[in-house]
Design a protein around this ligand. Sequence first.
Ligand code: SAM
Length: 341
Amino acid sequence: VSALRRNHKLDAGEYKALLLCKDTDTLNYLQQQAREVALARFGNRIFIRGLIEITNRCRNNCYYCGIRKGNSHIPRYGLSQEEILACCRDGYRLGFRTFVLQGGEAPDIRDEWVVETVASIRREFPDCAITLSLGEKSREAYLRFFRAGANRYLLRHETYNEEHYRKLHPEEMSLNHRLQCLDWLKKTGYQTGTGIMVGSPYQTVDHLVEDILYIERFCPEMIGIGPFLPHHDTPFASFGPGDMEMTLKLLSIFRLMHPAALIPSTTALATLAPDGRERGILAGANVVMPNLSPQGQRSKYSLYDNKASMGAESAEGLRQLEKQLETIGYCLSEDRGDYGS
Ligand code: SAM
């Protein structure tokens, strides 16, 4: 742990040993070191991002995801530009200075529509950051969104192991293409985020080591780590959820590897356990992403069962979130919270 803090890297064998380690003292030390590094860099302030789930339509059929094309049991929706802007206005009033537009890879969403949407947010909120999380697009599309005013892009690689990737996705999807997209995003100039689900079906500790080494090399500005949670209408309905301790361990490893990274304590972690969000922060996370989507649509963006979107997970519940963070000695920051700022 001390070597990781000092050198920001370990070798594959050392990462594996840490992932397998069950010694409570070592794990407490890991978390404490990660927390210290986050506190030294960011103080006790946690950045907030308003998450707007713009559509649950998707052309992909990822085996883990509740909004996969093959799930005919959810009503589909797509927000209009005006609805998205209304979410941003609500968010701005509440103190949000980053809007995250996330959605499935909707076949009916044209690149031009995304460009116009980003440009209209940029015009109305010149002081805000715009993050996109809309999946795999062409290099040209990424460039157009960037020129329209988007600043950040989240695209988890999900797993760096080819064989594992095949077990999580149908044949028409490709790990190489996803990694290619990540390279394009970074070269375009986005603050780029990648990451994985912890405990996804068939994941092994060796896969996690490959993920860690990839993230070490890629050096993303944002790292999204959350547990896999099953959704009853997917092929993975009968798999158990990812493990809290392993998720926390990975959060701490990434904090020590990359002290300046923006690392959210995810909704999935808050869904896994009532104190999940706080535990993520105490393990080194420094971002939370409350839900700013229209309340009537939230339940339709059901990536996994029982997804938290109300209370402290919601933009309206910001005061509740603030109180929860206070109990562990943290407060919310209304800064844009760009990488390196
Ligand atoms: N379509 C975009 C993409 O592929 O990046 C963004 C939307 S996608 C639903 C956002 C993230 O949700 C994925 O990267 C995945 O890691 C996560 N996710 C999907 N299903 C999940 C599940 N069952 N448990 C936990 N996370 C899940």
